[in-house]
Design a protein around this ligand. Sequence first.
Ligand SMILES: Nc1ncnc2c1ncn2[C@@H]1O[C@H](COP(=O)(O)OP(=O)(O)OP(=O)(O)O)[C@@H](O)[C@H]1O
Ligand SMILES: [Mg+2]
Length: 512
Amino acid sequence: MTPRLAPFLLLWIPLALAGLGLGAGVEFMRAGDALQREGTTLHRIVSQRVEQHDAHLTSLAAVLASSNAESASFRAVIEAMQRFYPRIAAVELIETAPSGGMLPSLRDFDPAALAARVAALVPGQAVTLPSRTGSPFYALVKRVPDAGHGPRALVLVIDARLLTEPEGGLPDDAALKLSDTAGAAIVQQGWPLSAGSWVPELSFEKALGSRSQPLALALARRPALAELLPPGLLLGWPIAAGLSLYLLLTVLRERRASRRAREAVRLHEHDARLAHAMRVNTVGEMASGIAHEITQPLTAILSQSQAGLRLATSGEATPGELVGVLEANVRHARRAGEILERLRAYVTRREPQRQPNDLNRIVSNVVELSQRDLQERGVTLRLQLSEPGPQALLDRVSIEQVVHNLVRNAAEAVEAMPAARREIVLATRLADGEAEITVTDEGPGIAEADMARLFEPFFTTKSSGMGLGLPLCERLVEAAGGRIFVRNGTERGAIFSVRFPALATEFGVAAE
Ligand SMILES: Nc1ncnc2c1ncn2[C@@H]1O[C@H](COP(=O)(O)OP(=O)(O)OP(=O)(O)O)[C@@H](O)[C@H]1O
Ligand SMILES: [Mg+2]
């Protein structure tokens, strides 16, 4: 049992999209954490480097104090410093005397601003001066004690690109910026990030803790779509979700089907119990019906016999009187026998012997059987037989019994009618592939209220009827694969018809 496609897709598509969205979100957060880690590491390294600059200046100032700017030891310290620390692009001692001129290594810096800074510093104090040309250098200026010509300062020119060079490397697409307190960038690589992608930007920003070099380091990057939706997630999740959903829907469908099957079994059992209850009920009704029917002749026999006994013992009875009593007993006993015989016919389930039969022949046999009874009741029979006779597969004896019952009911219905209406029409015909026998009378017809109950066992409107004729007919007709109908005539009387699937006649397939 497989789930249907539409509900599957309806659940799978949102599930796959939600899973991919969630996965991309997790990857984005992971990339954010990585950038924070890389930023923190780089910040620590750059902070250490700028602290080294302060230390360099301190040691240079110390060397200067013990010798002079031209001394070999001062030059040697500077040389070693630049060899070990390539980011220190230049080391200068400036003296802002009018003859001082601008050193080539300091041409990126505004001389007036530099002089003003130096003048404003107290010995031992250091400040940062950004380049005026936008080059990635800054000057770290430290005032040292004067030597008679005017204020003196040591200047380190720092290559900020080398200063911010990461040790472990940053992702290729990461942007970097080192800016001063005014927000002006000293170094910017890949900054700002290009817009265009809908993926949000990740960023890291932190000021360096140095007092002499109050700079801020910032990193930013925008993860690529392929990084947020790696192929494993992009393919794996929809497939896994699809398979799980498929299994889930299959299990649910099977559970629903088995629940329906159990429900069907339960209903079937309920039906069976109901049918059993109805059978028990019918048996009960029949038993009371039998008791009722048999009681009548038995009571009659009892009272007749008691009367006969009294006559016989009185010694005054004539033979004629006793014969009369005995004859009445015989009649009642016969009646009881008949009742039991009819009940037996109703109750026993003889296996029908179904053979091809001509309905015209069945009708003729019934006519022969009923002739005397009809004559006695003053009822005439008219035949309307279609030629050739319709053929059907049925048990002849039981259908003769059916037609006989219908003719007897019709005769009983017209018996009390004026002579002109004491006629019964027996007809056969082929209609819509069915072979049909109808019994039409001109009696009183059937009351609307009785219509639905005619085929119930023991339903009768006759004083001496048992109400078993029509139920028996119905049972026999259905056993032969046929149906029995009743309707009132358009003007008067009742029309009973029995129909069976027609067999092909010798003139071809059954047709009207
Ligand atoms: N041709 C008919 N015209 C009018 N009423 C009919 C006709 N045939 C049957 N009925 C009604 O149907 C009832 C049931 O008929 P059914 O043959 O089952 O029983 P019954 O004739 O009363 O008794 P029995 O068991 O002796 O046949 C009858 O009592 C009668 O009211
Ligand atoms: Mg009857």
